[in-house]
Write a protein that binds this ligand. Structure first.
Ligand SMILES: [Zn+2]
Length: 113
């Protein structure tokens, strides 16, 4: 493969640098502008959904974005490790899926029991 061609991590398309410059952190591989735009949109949507989850959203952010261990989470939030992980589990259940849930996080949590 010539050096002026890259494979997009997202859609696996092979593209030439010249007419389709890659975006993002190149040390982690190449992403085409289309996939990069999509990733940003998904990230923004996830952030918005996390905000709907209140404290559980914060715990989930700390777990995945800031890579806190269950022990660190339990200390920070003054709960047991199990409780912290349960919060993450609930929050992930709420924020994942193609569409936003049409009920509040609290209501959704109530219905899980
Ligand atoms: Zn792509």
């Amino acid at each position: 493969m010539p050096s002026n061609v890259y494979t997009c991590n997202g859609c696996r398309k092979t593209l030439a640098f010249d007419d389709y410059p890659p975006v993002g952190d190149l040390s982690r591989g190449f992403t085409c502008p289309e996939c990069s735009k999509l990733a940003k949109e998904i990230a923004a949507e996830m952030d918005a959904r996390l905000l709907q989850c209140g404290k559980d959203g914060e715990i989930t952010m700390d777990r995945y974005a800031h890579k806190l261990t269950p022990t660190q989470l339990s200390i920070k939030y003054g709960c047991t490790e199990e409780q912290a992980l349960h919060s993450v589990e609930l929050c992930m259940g709420y924020i994942t899926g193609e569409k936003r849930k049409d009920i509040s996080y609290d209501e959704w949590v109530r219905r899980q029991n």
